[in-house]
Write a protein that binds this ligand. Sequence first.
Ligand SMILES: *[C@@H]1O[C@H](CO)[C@@H](O)[C@H](O)[C@H]1NC(C)=O
Ligand SMILES: *[C@@H]1O[C@H](CO)[C@@H](O)[C@H](O)[C@H]1NC(C)=O
Ligand SMILES: *[C@@H]1O[C@H](CO)[C@@H](O)[C@H](O)[C@H]1NC(C)=O
Length: 151
Amino acid sequence: MLATLLTAAIAVVGASAATPKPPTLTFLYSINITMAATQDIGVTPIGDRGILPINGGSFSGPKLSGNVTAGLDWGLTDSKGTFSPEAVYVLQTTDGAKIMVTERGRAPNVILQFDTGHANYSWLNTAVGYASGGPSAAGISLDVWQLTPPS
Ligand SMILES: *[C@@H]1O[C@H](CO)[C@@H](O)[C@H](O)[C@H]1NC(C)=O
Ligand SMILES: *[C@@H]1O[C@H](CO)[C@@H](O)[C@H](O)[C@H]1NC(C)=O
Ligand SMILES: *[C@@H]1O[C@H](CO)[C@@H](O)[C@H](O)[C@H]1NC(C)=O
């Protein structure tokens, strides 16, 4: 028993010495998000708070495409000028699924989680997305990738 534990402990230590295998990124979609005028809440003790109503947009990728219906970003800009988005919005796919996206991060890095009751997209419920991008003419443009653990 003790020997087994010791062997397991040595295996763990041994494993940590080597560089772990990296996760992989699989392209999900590109998205343009449009926004109505920002309501600036002002500089609060934790940063400059803005309320950015998401009022449309479109996304396109190999497994899902469609439009953005609505949402809200209540991000913060810190004293160094770094924007931290915090947003929830809805993707409506061309085949009628509604997917809620929860987005957080610190520009230019954004992490996304998905919620949907649609059977054809249930794989998104356990997926984690990584996005990079930034402001565009009409709002925000992002390229979204699915982060998959090493196999
Ligand atoms: C996003 O906007 C760019 C620039 O207008 C356009 O080229 C691109 O096709 C749009 N992408 C989507 C998914 O709508
Ligand atoms: C989705 O967006 C496209 C391009 O902006 C538009 O032509 C189309 O009518 C929209 N579809 C729906 C269902 O809103
Ligand atoms: C899911 O996709 C299949 C195959 O494309 C389609 O036949 C089915 O109607 C879709 N399910 C729903 C609930 O839309």
